[in-house]
Ligand binder design. Structure first.
Ligand code: B4P
Length: 194
C-alpha cells in the first residue's frame, strides 16, 4: 500500500494534482479540506463547529481532522493506497498520522512539496474565490492569513520529513500536465528505490 502526502501552500495546486495522482496510482484521495466542506454542507455537528474557523482561514483542531482521516482509511476497499491532500498541516498531525499508519503496518512513502511563487498563489486563489464561491478565497486578508499559517505552522513539517529521505520538492509553476509529469517522476523514483 502506498501512502503519499501532498503538501503546499493554499493555491499551489494540491487539489488539482491530487485528482490526476489518485487516478494514475489507484489511490483513495483524502482531502481534509473537502471532508470539512462536506461536513459543513451536510450541517453535521462537526460542520457547525468548523464553519467559522474555515471562513477565517484558521486551522481546524488536530483531533477533528485526524479522526476524519482515520475513519476513511479504515472504511476503504479496493485501492492501492492513500493520498493525503492538505493533511498533515501541523507537527502534531504529522505524529498522529505516523502513529495511525504504524498501527496498521504502514509508513509514509513520499511527501510531495508543491512550490509556487506568492504572487501566483494570490492570483489563483482570488480567481477561484469568484468562480467557485469559496468564502475563504474571497478576501485578501483571509488569503494572507492562510499563507502565513502555512509558512509558520505547516512548512516546518518539510524538514521533519526531508530528514527521512522521502521528500520531493515539486516546481508547481507552469501547465497542469507539466507539473503532473514532474510529480510522476518524483513518485516513481522514490517508490522504485524502496
Ligand atoms: P484546503 O481545502 O486544503 O484548501 P487550500 O489550502 O486552499 O488548498 P486547495 O487544495 O483548495 O487549493 P489548491 O492548492 O489545490 O483547506 C481549506 C481549509 O480547511 C483550511 O484553510 C483549514 O481551515 C481547513 N483544513 C483543511 N485541512 C486541515 C488540516 N489538516 N488541519 C486543520 N485545518 C484544515 O489550489 C487550487 C487553485 O489553483 C484552483 O483555483 C486551481 O484551478 C488553481 N491551479 C491549480 N494548478 C494550477 C496551475 N498549474 N496553473 C494555474 N492555476 C492552477
Amino acid at each position: 500500500m502506498y501512502n503519499i502526502v501532498i503538501l503546499g501552500p493554499p493555491g499551489s495546486g494540491k487539489g488539482t494534482q491530487s485528482k490526476l495522482i489518485e487516478e494514475r496510482y489507484n489511490l483513495l484521495h483524502l482531502s481534509t479540506g473537502d471532508m470539512l466542506r462536506r461536513e459543513i454542507s451536510e450541517g453535521t455537528d462537526t460542520g457547525k463547529q468548523v464553519k467559522g474557523v474555515i471562513k477565517s482561514g484558521n486551522l481546524v483542531s488536530d483531533e477533528i481532522v485526524t479522526s476524519l482521516i482515520a475513519s476513511s482509511i479504515d472504511c476503504d476497499v479496493g485501492h492501492d493506497g492513500f493520498l493525503y491532500d492538505g493533511y498533515p498541516r501541523t507537527v502534531n498531525q504529522a505524529k498522529q498520522l505516523e502513529d495511525l499508519l504504524s498501527h496498521r503496518n504502514m509508513t509514509i512513502d513520499v511527501l510531495l512539496v508543491m512550490e509556487v511563487e506568492k504572487g501566483e498563489l494570490v492570483k489563483r486563489l482570488s480567481g477561484r474565490g469568484v468562480a467557485a464561491g469559496r468564502p475563504d478565497d474571497q478576501s485578501i486578508e483571509v488569503i494572507n492569513n492562510r499563507l502565513e499559517i502555512y509558512r509558520s505552522i505547516t512548512e516546518p513539517l518539510v524538514s521533519h520529513f526531508c530528514q527521512k529521505g522521502i521528500c520531493a520538492r515539486i516546481d508547481g509553476m507552469g501547465k497542469i500536465e507539466e507539473i503532473f509529469a514532474r510529480i510522476r517522476g518524483a513518485i516513481d523514483k522514490i517508490c522504485v528505490r524502496q
